[in-house]
Design a protein around this ligand. Structure first.
Ligand SMILES: Nc1ncnc2c1ncn2[C@@H]1O[C@H](COP(=O)(O)OP(=O)(O)OP(=O)(O)O)[C@@H](O)[C@H]1O
Length: 228
């Protein structure tokens, strides 16, 4: 089946149930998972990406089992909040070609160099990643994901550490992508333009619908909690 399908998928870790059984069919191109700290957003993202197995129920991503690492390479890419948690190689070109190598592409390095050149960043290729700014590292991570052309990109608050111009640039770049984007956030302002918002609370879906149907209640609840 197209899209992402969860059927009674739950996550329990060491006796703690982090996600209640979730049944969802995600087909929209722009989806947000909105919730407070500790609501279970990252757990859901890890479940979708195959980084966290379901304790019960099933998850299917574009017809693939998230435990199938090879199938998932082309199905899902993740842009983490902190690019330092994502980058593992010392130079830009090694980082950029890694995913393609994993996909078995013999032309991985050539393709990565061509992608950098197309971005006007050919001079980055042999630079140590440590010499890039935070925004540039985030951009490198996005390029690495785009090279692998996954059907869905999961965004774990990727704008948090970026200044406003860098944030707007990255946002514009993401907005133009044909892929399905699932953005994890606690900020209702980041949800604008999404077709569907899942409000997660205590590991369960509290509301699910277009922003106009979900955001007023979410904002009112956050204000109520702030007062309390
Ligand atoms: N390995 C674990 N063992 C026990 N509890 C855990 C474990 N991992 C996460 N939790 C708890 O599960 C809940 C959900 O965590 P999760 O990281 O998914 O929330 P989140 O919505 O992403 O939060 P934040 O916005 O703060 O990143 C939290 O209460 C967290 O403390």
């Amino acid at each position: 089946m197209d899209g992402i399908v969860l059927q009674g998928a739950e996550v329990t870790v060491q006796g703690h149930r982090l996600l209640q059984p979730l049944t969802l069919h995600l087909t929209e191109r722009r989806i947000a998972v909105l919730g407070r700290n500790g609501a279970g957003k990252t757990t859901l993202l890890r479940l979708l990406a195959g980084l966290q197995p379901a304790s019960a129920g099933t998850v299917q991503v574009e017809g693939a089992d998230p435990a199938d690492r090879r199938a998932m390479l082309g199905a899902i890419g993740i842009l983490f909040q902190n690019s330092d948690h994502q980058i593992i190689f010392p130079t830009v070109i090694e980082e950029l070609s890694f995913g393609l190598r994993q996909m078995g592409r013999p032309d991985a390095e050539e393709t990565a160099r061509a992608a950098l050149a197309a971005e006007g960043r050919a001079d980055w290729a042999d630079r140590p990643v440590s010499t890039l700014s935070q925004g540039q590292k985030q951009y490198l991570c996005l390029l690495s994901i785009l090279l692998m052309a996954p059907q869905t990109i999961l965004l774990d608050e990727p704008f948090a550490a970026l200044d406003l111009p860098t944030r707007l640039r990255l946002r514009r770049r993401l907005a133009d992508l044909p892929q399905r984007l699932i953005t994890i956030t606690h900020d209702p302002a980041s949800v604008e333009g999404c077709e569907r918002v899942l409000w997660l609370e205590g590991g369960a879906i509290r509301a699910d619908g277009p922003p106009a149907a979900v955001l007023p209640d979410f904002v009112a609840e956050m204000e109520r909690l702030a007062r309390a």
